[in-house]
Design a protein around this ligand. Sequence first.
Ligand code: FMN
Length: 251
Amino acid sequence: MALNKQTILAQLLAHRSVRQFKKKPLTTQQVETLVEAAQHASTSTFSQQYSIISVTDPKVLTEIAEITGHSWLLNSGHYFVMVADQFRNFQIAKRNNADPFILHTTDKFLAAVFDAAIATENIMIAAESMGLGATIMGSILNDSNRMIQLLSLPELTFPLLGIAIGYPDDEPELKPRLPQAMMHFNNQYHLTPEMPNLVDYDQLLAEYYQSRSTHRRAETFSHHIISELSRDRRVRSDLLHNIKAQGFLVD
Ligand SMILES: Cc1cc2nc3c(=O)[nH]c(=O)nc-3n(C[C@H](O)[C@H](O)[C@H](O)COP(=O)(O)O)c2cc1C
């Protein structure tokens, strides 16, 4: 499959998360291609500090649907969980009588998060290039402890993101992004507490939310950010504890 630069850019600029899928599983070859695309992403110090778990057991998928509140994942053609992973490198250290302390540090937890996140985006881009659609799911963190149990995750691993992938059964509208002046700066950070209100972007997003084909609502970007703040604080309040319990952030 030959993609020229223009088609890659056009695909990136046309990205939408897809949450409705045709009932058609991905083939083993498609799954392997997606994993290969993930593997070719850059990784910090080439330490490849993440793993991917394909979840195919319907019981586990049902539990993940409950944890995330996203029952539609059960219609996806494949489900990945991206895992921060220093366990593998810990075994290499142990076998070579090297001090593994560094693998437990904040720095190495962040490196594993970067690696897994960048690999996640590679899977998204690869999937879209194959005519598939997908949605990343941070909501697996609603119950990270349960995720750790479900996937038998050992010390020095942590579940970060799910990815539901499949054949799109709808064509969501493109979500407008922030104006670049509000997020791309020269040399120094430019926003101040006196920054202007996002009037035009709020209006643009309100039009998007009102005109899209599903889940129409009256909402601006500012509104959206404020409503995100009213989430139940107890959900995910165990994150730091669970990350530490997995052996990370010891410094
Ligand atoms: C780290 C991360 C976590 C996300 N978690 C969820 C999620 O749990 N559920 C969901 O429906 N979408 C999730 N998304 C998708 C975002 O909602 C989506 O990317 C955003 O609304 C922009 O829409 P678009 O991807 O269609 O452009 C997540 C995206 C990212 C990057």
